[in-house]
Design a protein around this ligand. Structure first.
Ligand SMILES: [Zn+2]
Ligand SMILES: [Zn+2]
Length: 254
């Protein structure tokens, strides 16, 4: 059976990130007589984050937002991420890929290719007539051009942290220090999440072994074990990567 859904990618100021520019997916039910029940999975296009599963119910004409503020796992949409929509039998029904408009070298109408925010010239700070220095309202202190910026997940933490570090220099800048602190908090949370997922895997493993010992050969064992081992391996490699990132970030504070 067909589903009547409309998708729209939007830019918005993320509440949990203090208004920082982020991306959101708006799903609208275009059916006018019935509720759509939508189960979905969000997948990291670069394969670094575990997929997140969610479920929403949309009444006729109703819209819901899937973004950092509302999605499971505080999803920060990056270029190449996608969402899989399932039908009521749990089969893949639709897939929407988040692709951003990319500008060629020098084509961006705002920065003409420098990637520097035109308002603050890439410093992240503005100085008013009274010589008061404050955070740039356009780029929110990142110094990054907001017109051509494409969030990616190249081993870095949060996409929108941008490359402020390279233009704004050192930790004496409060914006950079704040962003570093936020990254550390986010990393610690993700590390804790991963650790609990790994111990869940280990618990399942033990339970299955006990079941097999008590009831003889379990037919589901082989595929389950393989899937579980694969999952655990993925979590463990992510954990190593994240711990390394955290170490690097914490070192920069001294
Ligand atoms: Zn630009
Ligand atoms: Zn700016």
């Amino acid at each position: 059976m067909s589903m009547d859904l409309e998708y729209e990618w939007m830019r918005y100021g993320c509440l949990k990130k203090g208004g920082q520019l982020s991306y959101a997916l708006k799903i609208t039910c275009t059916r006018w007589w019935k509720t759509e029940k939508v189960a979905y999975t969000i997948v990291d296009g670069s394969g670094q984050l575990p997929p997140q599963h969610g479920y929403i119910e949309l009444e006729a004409g109703q819209s819901r937002i899937i973004d950092y503020d509302h999605a499971p796992g505080e999803w920060d949409w990056c270029d190449g991420d996608y969402i899989i929509i399932y039908d009521n039998k749990g089969r893949e029904y639709d897939r929407q890929v988040f692709r951003m408009k990319t500008y060629g070298p020098g084509e961006c109408p705002e920065c003409h290719g420098s990637h520097h925010c035109a308002t603050c010239h890439g410093t992240g700070r503005i100085t008013d007539k009274m010589h008061m220095v404050s955070t740039c309202p356009r780029c929110l202190g990142t110094g990054v051009c907001q017109t051509c910026y494409v969030p990616t997940r190249n081993g870095g933490m949060t996409a929108n942290m941008g490359y402020a570090g390279s233009t704004v220099a050192t930790n004496t800048n409060p914006n950079v220090e704040l962003s570093r602190q936020q990254k550390i908090i986010a990393l610690r949370k993700r590390i804790a999440d991963l650790e609990s997922m790994i111990s869940q895997c280990e618990f399942d493993e033990r339970m299955r072994k006990m079941r097999t010992a008590n009831f003889g050969y379990d037919t589901s064992r082989t595929t389950d074990d393989m899937r579980q081992a694969q999952l655990k391996y993925t979590y463990q490699s992510q954990l190593i990567q994240l711990r390394h990132e955290l170490e690097q970030l914490e070192m920069r504070g001294f």
